[in-house]
Design a protein around this ligand. Structure first.
Ligand SMILES: [Zn+2]
Ligand SMILES: [Zn+2]
Length: 423
Protein backbone atom coordinates (compact mmCIF):
# COMPACT_ATOMS: atom_id res chain seq x y z
CA UNK A 1 0.00 0.00 0.00
CA UNK A 2 1.21 3.47 -0.76
CA UNK A 3 1.84 5.77 2.17
CA UNK A 4 0.43 8.63 0.11
CA UNK A 5 -3.26 8.22 0.92
CA UNK A 6 -5.51 11.06 -0.04
CA UNK A 7 -6.04 12.96 3.20
CA UNK A 8 -9.43 14.49 2.40
CA UNK A 9 -11.18 12.58 5.12
CA UNK A 10 -11.88 12.55 8.81
CA UNK A 11 -8.72 10.58 9.58
CA UNK A 12 -6.45 12.10 12.27
CA UNK A 13 -5.77 15.82 12.19
CA UNK A 14 -7.73 15.97 8.89
CA UNK A 15 -11.16 16.24 10.47
CA UNK A 16 -11.71 19.51 8.63
CA UNK A 17 -15.26 18.92 7.42
CA UNK A 18 -16.42 17.43 10.73
CA UNK A 19 -14.78 20.25 12.64
CA UNK A 20 -16.56 22.81 10.44
CA UNK A 21 -19.87 21.02 11.01
CA UNK A 22 -19.41 21.11 14.80
CA UNK A 23 -18.51 24.80 14.64
CA UNK A 24 -21.64 25.54 12.58
CA UNK A 25 -23.85 23.64 15.02
CA UNK A 26 -22.35 25.44 18.03
CA UNK A 27 -22.87 28.78 16.26
CA UNK A 28 -26.50 27.88 15.53
CA UNK A 29 -26.93 27.19 19.25
CA UNK A 30 -25.30 30.54 20.06
CA UNK A 31 -22.39 28.88 21.91
CA UNK A 32 -19.09 30.81 21.94
CA UNK A 33 -16.25 28.57 20.83
CA UNK A 34 -12.71 28.49 19.56
CA UNK A 35 -11.69 26.40 16.52
CA UNK A 36 -8.36 25.12 15.28
CA UNK A 37 -7.01 23.94 18.66
CA UNK A 38 -4.50 21.13 17.91
CA UNK A 39 -5.24 21.83 14.20
CA UNK A 40 -8.90 20.76 14.07
CA UNK A 41 -10.14 20.72 17.67
CA UNK A 42 -12.95 22.88 19.08
CA UNK A 43 -13.81 24.13 22.55
CA UNK A 44 -16.93 26.07 23.50
CA UNK A 45 -18.54 27.10 26.75
CA UNK A 46 -21.99 26.85 28.19
CA UNK A 47 -22.09 29.02 31.30
CA UNK A 48 -24.49 28.46 34.16
CA UNK A 49 -26.29 31.13 36.17
CA UNK A 50 -23.53 31.23 38.82
CA UNK A 51 -19.78 30.70 38.62
CA UNK A 52 -18.32 27.36 39.69
CA UNK A 53 -16.36 24.33 38.45
CA UNK A 54 -16.05 23.44 34.77
CA UNK A 55 -17.09 20.01 33.48
CA UNK A 56 -15.73 18.93 30.08
CA UNK A 57 -17.96 17.00 27.69
CA UNK A 58 -15.83 15.41 24.99
CA UNK A 59 -16.63 14.11 21.52
CA UNK A 60 -13.96 12.71 19.23
CA UNK A 61 -13.84 14.05 15.69
CA UNK A 62 -11.84 11.34 13.96
CA UNK A 63 -12.65 8.14 12.15
CA UNK A 64 -10.62 5.05 11.48
CA UNK A 65 -9.49 3.71 8.12
CA UNK A 66 -11.03 0.33 7.30
CA UNK A 67 -10.98 0.04 3.52
CA UNK A 68 -13.59 -2.71 3.20
CA UNK A 69 -16.07 -1.21 5.69
CA UNK A 70 -19.62 -0.97 4.31
CA UNK A 71 -19.69 2.82 4.92
CA UNK A 72 -16.05 3.59 4.04
CA UNK A 73 -15.30 6.72 2.06
CA UNK A 74 -14.49 5.24 -1.37
CA UNK A 75 -11.65 7.67 -1.89
CA UNK A 76 -9.87 7.51 1.47
CA UNK A 77 -11.12 4.36 3.20
CA UNK A 78 -12.12 6.51 6.20
CA UNK A 79 -14.85 4.70 8.13
CA UNK A 80 -16.61 5.08 11.46
CA UNK A 81 -15.62 1.59 12.56
CA UNK A 82 -15.31 2.90 16.14
CA UNK A 83 -18.48 5.04 16.26
CA UNK A 84 -16.87 8.40 17.02
CA UNK A 85 -19.47 10.23 14.92
CA UNK A 86 -21.99 9.34 17.64
CA UNK A 87 -19.84 11.09 20.24
CA UNK A 88 -20.19 14.39 18.40
CA UNK A 89 -23.97 13.87 18.39
CA UNK A 90 -23.92 13.13 22.14
CA UNK A 91 -21.83 16.19 22.95
CA UNK A 92 -24.18 18.47 20.98
CA UNK A 93 -27.21 16.66 22.43
CA UNK A 94 -26.03 17.22 26.00
CA UNK A 95 -25.52 20.91 25.15
CA UNK A 96 -29.05 21.23 23.77
CA UNK A 97 -30.50 19.60 26.90
CA UNK A 98 -28.56 21.88 29.25
CA UNK A 99 -29.50 25.01 27.31
CA UNK A 100 -33.09 24.90 28.50
CA UNK A 101 -33.13 28.29 30.29
CA UNK A 102 -34.37 27.01 33.67
CA UNK A 103 -31.70 24.31 33.66
CA UNK A 104 -28.84 26.53 32.53
CA UNK A 105 -29.66 29.20 35.10
CA UNK A 106 -29.69 26.60 37.90
CA UNK A 107 -26.10 25.51 37.20
CA UNK A 108 -23.20 26.88 39.23
CA UNK A 109 -20.30 26.48 36.86
CA UNK A 110 -19.62 25.86 33.19
CA UNK A 111 -19.69 23.07 30.68
CA UNK A 112 -16.75 22.97 28.26
CA UNK A 113 -17.98 21.42 25.01
CA UNK A 114 -14.96 19.85 23.37
CA UNK A 115 -14.54 18.21 19.95
CA UNK A 116 -11.12 16.59 19.85
CA UNK A 117 -9.08 15.23 16.94
CA UNK A 118 -7.03 12.14 16.29
CA UNK A 119 -7.83 9.63 19.05
CA UNK A 120 -7.13 6.62 16.82
CA UNK A 121 -3.31 6.67 16.75
CA UNK A 122 -3.00 5.85 13.04
CA UNK A 123 -1.06 7.56 10.23
CA UNK A 124 2.02 7.62 12.45
CA UNK A 125 4.41 8.86 9.77
CA UNK A 126 2.10 11.78 9.06
CA UNK A 127 1.87 12.76 12.74
CA UNK A 128 5.64 12.48 13.16
CA UNK A 129 5.98 14.80 10.16
CA UNK A 130 3.60 17.34 11.77
CA UNK A 131 5.66 17.15 14.96
CA UNK A 132 8.91 17.74 13.10
CA UNK A 133 7.36 20.70 11.27
CA UNK A 134 6.47 22.17 14.66
CA UNK A 135 2.70 21.94 14.03
CA UNK A 136 2.13 19.48 16.88
CA UNK A 137 3.92 18.80 20.15
CA UNK A 138 2.22 15.65 21.36
CA UNK A 139 0.61 13.71 18.55
CA UNK A 140 -2.94 12.85 19.66
CA UNK A 141 -5.95 15.06 20.36
CA UNK A 142 -6.32 14.94 24.16
CA UNK A 143 -2.55 14.80 24.62
CA UNK A 144 -2.07 17.96 22.58
CA UNK A 145 -5.07 19.70 24.19
CA UNK A 146 -3.42 19.04 27.57
CA UNK A 147 -0.06 20.36 26.34
CA UNK A 148 -1.65 23.48 24.85
CA UNK A 149 -3.43 24.26 28.11
CA UNK A 150 -6.93 23.66 26.72
CA UNK A 151 -7.73 21.52 29.79
CA UNK A 152 -6.22 23.98 32.28
CA UNK A 153 -9.62 25.44 33.18
CA UNK A 154 -11.45 22.08 33.08
CA UNK A 155 -11.93 20.37 36.45
CA UNK A 156 -13.30 17.00 35.31
CA UNK A 157 -14.39 15.42 32.04
CA UNK A 158 -16.69 12.83 30.56
CA UNK A 159 -17.41 11.13 27.28
CA UNK A 160 -19.32 8.04 26.20
CA UNK A 161 -18.06 5.58 23.60
CA UNK A 162 -20.24 3.26 21.52
CA UNK A 163 -19.78 -0.48 21.90
CA UNK A 164 -21.02 -3.53 20.05
CA UNK A 165 -23.95 -5.46 21.47
CA UNK A 166 -22.26 -8.55 19.96
CA UNK A 167 -19.64 -8.17 22.74
CA UNK A 168 -21.87 -7.08 25.59
CA UNK A 169 -25.64 -6.96 25.95
CA UNK A 170 -25.56 -3.97 28.36
CA UNK A 171 -27.02 -0.68 27.16
CA UNK A 172 -24.50 1.12 29.34
CA UNK A 173 -21.25 -0.35 30.68
CA UNK A 174 -19.02 1.48 33.13
CA UNK A 175 -15.68 0.96 34.79
CA UNK A 176 -12.61 -1.03 33.82
CA UNK A 177 -9.32 0.29 32.55
CA UNK A 178 -7.44 0.30 29.24
CA UNK A 179 -3.96 -0.60 28.06
CA UNK A 180 -1.25 2.01 27.78
CA UNK A 181 1.02 2.05 24.73
CA UNK A 182 3.93 3.49 22.84
CA UNK A 183 3.79 4.06 19.10
CA UNK A 184 6.49 2.99 16.64
CA UNK A 185 7.52 4.43 13.28
CA UNK A 186 10.26 2.30 11.82
CA UNK A 187 12.15 2.76 8.57
CA UNK A 188 14.47 0.09 7.18
CA UNK A 189 17.03 1.62 4.87
CA UNK A 190 18.82 -0.57 2.32
CA UNK A 191 20.37 -0.01 -1.08
CA UNK A 192 18.57 -0.23 -4.42
CA UNK A 193 19.95 -2.39 -7.22
CA UNK A 194 18.63 -4.34 -10.23
CA UNK A 195 16.70 -7.23 -8.73
CA UNK A 196 17.51 -9.49 -11.72
CA UNK A 197 21.00 -8.65 -12.83
CA UNK A 198 22.70 -7.27 -9.71
CA UNK A 199 20.88 -8.12 -6.48
CA UNK A 200 24.31 -8.75 -4.86
CA UNK A 201 24.96 -5.00 -5.15
CA UNK A 202 21.82 -4.12 -3.18
CA UNK A 203 20.83 -4.25 0.47
CA UNK A 204 17.28 -5.56 0.79
CA UNK A 205 15.32 -3.47 3.31
CA UNK A 206 12.21 -5.66 2.89
CA UNK A 207 14.14 -8.77 3.91
CA UNK A 208 15.49 -6.82 6.90
CA UNK A 209 11.92 -5.95 7.92
CA UNK A 210 10.80 -9.57 7.49
CA UNK A 211 13.65 -10.86 9.67
CA UNK A 212 12.74 -8.19 12.24
CA UNK A 213 9.06 -9.16 12.30
CA UNK A 214 9.90 -12.86 12.53
CA UNK A 215 12.20 -12.05 15.44
CA UNK A 216 9.37 -10.08 17.04
CA UNK A 217 7.06 -13.08 16.75
CA UNK A 218 9.66 -15.26 18.54
CA UNK A 219 9.29 -12.98 21.59
CA UNK A 220 5.66 -13.85 22.18
CA UNK A 221 6.39 -16.89 24.37
CA UNK A 222 8.18 -14.50 26.77
CA UNK A 223 5.10 -12.31 27.29
CA UNK A 224 2.99 -12.83 30.40
CA UNK A 225 -0.79 -13.03 29.90
CA UNK A 226 -1.48 -10.75 32.84
CA UNK A 227 0.64 -7.97 31.32
CA UNK A 228 -1.78 -7.73 28.35
CA UNK A 229 1.06 -7.05 25.91
CA UNK A 230 0.00 -6.47 22.32
CA UNK A 231 2.70 -6.16 19.65
CA UNK A 232 1.23 -5.27 16.28
CA UNK A 233 1.62 -3.07 13.26
CA UNK A 234 1.28 -2.49 9.54
CA UNK A 235 3.79 -2.28 6.74
CA UNK A 236 3.00 1.05 5.11
CA UNK A 237 5.68 0.79 2.44
CA UNK A 238 7.20 -2.48 1.24
CA UNK A 239 9.26 -1.28 -1.69
CA UNK A 240 8.94 0.86 -4.78
CA UNK A 241 9.32 -1.37 -7.86
CA UNK A 242 9.36 -5.13 -8.29
CA UNK A 243 12.55 -5.11 -10.31
CA UNK A 244 14.52 -2.96 -7.86
CA UNK A 245 15.81 -4.23 -4.51
CA UNK A 246 13.63 -2.50 -1.87
CA UNK A 247 15.67 0.21 -0.19
CA UNK A 248 13.06 2.07 1.86
CA UNK A 249 10.60 -0.02 3.85
CA UNK A 250 8.33 1.42 6.53
CA UNK A 251 6.45 -0.09 9.42
CA UNK A 252 4.06 1.54 11.88
CA UNK A 253 3.63 -0.39 15.10
CA UNK A 254 2.30 -0.44 18.59
CA UNK A 255 3.49 -1.81 21.91
CA UNK A 256 0.62 -2.05 24.38
CA UNK A 257 0.55 -3.23 27.95
CA UNK A 258 -1.16 -2.76 31.29
CA UNK A 259 1.43 -0.40 32.81
CA UNK A 260 4.50 1.67 31.94
CA UNK A 261 6.95 -0.93 33.22
CA UNK A 262 5.73 -3.83 31.09
CA UNK A 263 5.37 -1.56 28.05
CA UNK A 264 9.00 -0.43 28.43
CA UNK A 265 10.16 -4.05 28.64
CA UNK A 266 8.20 -5.12 25.56
CA UNK A 267 9.32 -2.01 23.70
CA UNK A 268 12.92 -2.96 24.39
CA UNK A 269 12.23 -6.37 22.82
CA UNK A 270 10.65 -4.70 19.80
CA UNK A 271 13.70 -2.46 19.31
CA UNK A 272 16.10 -5.41 19.68
CA UNK A 273 14.21 -7.29 16.97
CA UNK A 274 14.22 -4.30 14.62
CA UNK A 275 17.99 -3.96 15.05
CA UNK A 276 18.37 -7.72 14.49
CA UNK A 277 16.68 -7.43 11.09
CA UNK A 278 19.00 -4.61 10.06
CA UNK A 279 22.06 -6.45 11.38
CA UNK A 280 21.22 -9.63 9.45
CA UNK A 281 21.03 -7.77 6.14
CA UNK A 282 23.65 -5.05 6.70
CA UNK A 283 20.85 -2.49 6.46
CA UNK A 284 20.10 0.52 8.64
CA UNK A 285 16.98 0.96 10.73
CA UNK A 286 15.62 4.22 12.08
CA UNK A 287 13.42 3.56 15.12
CA UNK A 288 11.12 6.36 16.26
CA UNK A 289 9.15 5.80 19.48
CA UNK A 290 6.30 8.22 20.11
CA UNK A 291 4.63 8.78 23.49
CA UNK A 292 1.40 6.83 23.33
CA UNK A 293 -1.48 6.53 25.75
CA UNK A 294 -1.66 5.90 29.48
CA UNK A 295 -4.08 3.47 31.17
CA UNK A 296 -7.58 4.65 32.10
CA UNK A 297 -8.76 5.39 35.64
CA UNK A 298 -12.51 5.98 36.00
CA UNK A 299 -13.41 8.27 38.90
CA UNK A 300 -15.73 6.33 41.28
CA UNK A 301 -17.99 9.29 42.15
CA UNK A 302 -18.48 10.28 38.51
CA UNK A 303 -19.20 6.62 37.73
CA UNK A 304 -21.84 6.41 40.49
CA UNK A 305 -23.54 9.60 39.29
CA UNK A 306 -23.52 8.47 35.66
CA UNK A 307 -24.72 5.00 36.63
CA UNK A 308 -27.67 6.40 38.57
CA UNK A 309 -28.76 8.39 35.53
CA UNK A 310 -28.18 5.48 33.14
CA UNK A 311 -30.37 3.27 35.35
CA UNK A 312 -33.09 5.92 35.31
CA UNK A 313 -32.99 5.94 31.50
CA UNK A 314 -32.68 2.23 30.63
CA UNK A 315 -33.26 0.25 33.86
CA UNK A 316 -30.93 -1.49 36.31
CA UNK A 317 -30.68 -4.73 34.33
CA UNK A 318 -29.32 -2.89 31.26
CA UNK A 319 -26.44 -1.19 33.10
CA UNK A 320 -23.26 -3.11 33.88
CA UNK A 321 -20.32 -2.07 36.06
CA UNK A 322 -16.93 -3.72 35.56
CA UNK A 323 -14.10 -4.11 38.07
CA UNK A 324 -11.55 -1.31 37.97
CA UNK A 325 -8.86 -3.67 36.59
CA UNK A 326 -10.91 -5.12 33.74
CA UNK A 327 -8.82 -4.48 30.61
CA UNK A 328 -9.77 -5.64 27.13
CA UNK A 329 -6.47 -4.55 25.56
CA UNK A 330 -7.42 -1.37 23.68
CA UNK A 331 -6.13 2.11 24.50
CA UNK A 332 -7.38 5.69 24.53
CA UNK A 333 -5.96 9.13 25.26
CA UNK A 334 -8.87 9.60 27.67
CA UNK A 335 -6.50 7.48 29.80
CA UNK A 336 -3.95 10.32 29.67
CA UNK A 337 -6.57 12.80 30.86
CA UNK A 338 -7.64 10.41 33.63
CA UNK A 339 -4.12 10.60 35.10
CA UNK A 340 -4.43 14.36 35.72
CA UNK A 341 -8.15 14.90 36.51
CA UNK A 342 -11.34 12.98 37.40
CA UNK A 343 -12.93 11.44 34.29
CA UNK A 344 -15.60 8.93 33.40
CA UNK A 345 -15.61 6.99 30.12
CA UNK A 346 -18.66 4.70 29.91
CA UNK A 347 -19.72 2.65 26.89
CA UNK A 348 -23.11 2.51 25.23
CA UNK A 349 -24.15 -0.71 23.48
CA UNK A 350 -25.63 0.51 20.22
CA UNK A 351 -23.69 -1.10 17.37
CA UNK A 352 -23.33 -4.60 15.97
CA UNK A 353 -20.27 -6.25 14.52
CA UNK A 354 -16.63 -6.02 15.53
CA UNK A 355 -15.02 -2.77 16.68
CA UNK A 356 -12.48 -1.61 14.07
CA UNK A 357 -13.82 -4.31 11.75
CA UNK A 358 -15.64 -4.13 8.44
CA UNK A 359 -19.03 -4.88 10.01
CA UNK A 360 -19.12 -2.39 12.92
CA UNK A 361 -22.37 -0.55 12.24
CA UNK A 362 -24.34 1.68 14.61
CA UNK A 363 -27.87 0.24 14.64
CA UNK A 364 -29.66 2.01 17.47
CA UNK A 365 -29.22 5.79 17.27
CA UNK A 366 -31.42 6.40 20.32
CA UNK A 367 -29.02 4.34 22.43
CA UNK A 368 -25.96 5.56 20.48
CA UNK A 369 -26.66 9.28 20.79
CA UNK A 370 -29.83 10.36 22.61
CA UNK A 371 -29.57 8.26 25.80
CA UNK A 372 -25.86 9.00 26.38
CA UNK A 373 -26.52 12.72 25.73
CA UNK A 374 -29.30 12.62 28.34
CA UNK A 375 -27.16 10.66 30.81
CA UNK A 376 -24.31 13.18 30.49
CA UNK A 377 -26.65 16.18 30.80
CA UNK A 378 -28.31 14.63 33.88
CA UNK A 379 -24.88 13.94 35.42
CA UNK A 380 -23.86 17.55 34.84
CA UNK A 381 -27.06 18.73 36.52
CA UNK A 382 -26.18 16.49 39.50
CA UNK A 383 -22.68 17.97 39.57
CA UNK A 384 -23.40 21.66 39.07
CA UNK A 385 -26.86 22.27 40.56
CA UNK A 386 -27.44 23.48 44.14
CA UNK A 387 -24.23 25.48 44.24
CA UNK A 388 -22.17 22.71 42.56
CA UNK A 389 -21.56 21.01 45.90
CA UNK A 390 -21.24 17.59 44.24
CA UNK A 391 -18.69 18.79 41.67
CA UNK A 392 -16.69 20.51 44.40
CA UNK A 393 -16.72 17.25 46.38
CA UNK A 394 -15.38 15.33 43.35
CA UNK A 395 -12.52 17.83 43.03
CA UNK A 396 -11.70 17.74 46.75
CA UNK A 397 -11.73 13.95 47.03
CA UNK A 398 -9.65 13.35 43.91
CA UNK A 399 -5.90 12.78 44.03
CA UNK A 400 -4.49 12.81 40.50
CA UNK A 401 -1.74 10.33 39.62
CA UNK A 402 0.37 13.21 38.32
CA UNK A 403 0.27 16.94 37.65
CA UNK A 404 0.07 18.34 34.14
CA UNK A 405 3.78 19.23 34.28
CA UNK A 406 4.69 15.73 35.42
CA UNK A 407 2.54 14.32 32.62
CA UNK A 408 4.26 16.46 29.99
CA UNK A 409 7.71 15.53 31.34
CA UNK A 410 6.81 11.82 31.28
CA UNK A 411 5.51 11.99 27.72
CA UNK A 412 8.48 13.94 26.40
CA UNK A 413 10.84 11.38 28.00
CA UNK A 414 9.07 8.66 25.99
CA UNK A 415 9.87 10.28 22.62
CA UNK A 416 13.05 8.79 21.17
CA UNK A 417 14.72 8.32 17.77
CA UNK A 418 17.59 5.94 17.09
CA UNK A 419 19.44 5.19 13.84
CA UNK A 420 21.04 1.74 14.02
CA UNK A 421 23.54 0.63 11.38
CA UNK A 422 23.72 -3.13 10.94
CA UNK A 423 27.26 -4.11 10.07
ZN1 LIG B 1 -11.22 2.90 18.07
ZN1 LIG C 1 -12.95 4.82 19.59
Amino acid sequence: MSSRHSRRSSTPFHEVKTSRLVSEKLSELGIDHESGIALTGIKGYLRGGQPGPTVGVIGELDSLRVLEHAHADPETGAAHACGHHCQIGMMLGAAVGLMVPDVKEALSGSVALMALPAEEFIDVQYRWGLHKEGKLGLMAGKQEFIRLGAFDDVDMAMMVHTASTDDDSAKFALGGTSNGHVVKYIQFIGKAAHAGSSPHLGVNALQAAMVALNALNTQRETLKNEDMIRLHGVMTQGGAAVNSIPADVRYEGRVRGRNAEVIADANNKMDRCMRAGALAMGAKVNIVTLPGYLPMINNPTLMDLFKGNAVELVGESSVKVYDADRNRGGSTDMGDLSQIMPVVHPYTGAATGTGHGTDYIVQDYVQAVINPAKAMAMTIIDLLSEGAGTAKGVIEEHTPTMTKDQYLALQSSRLTEELYEGK
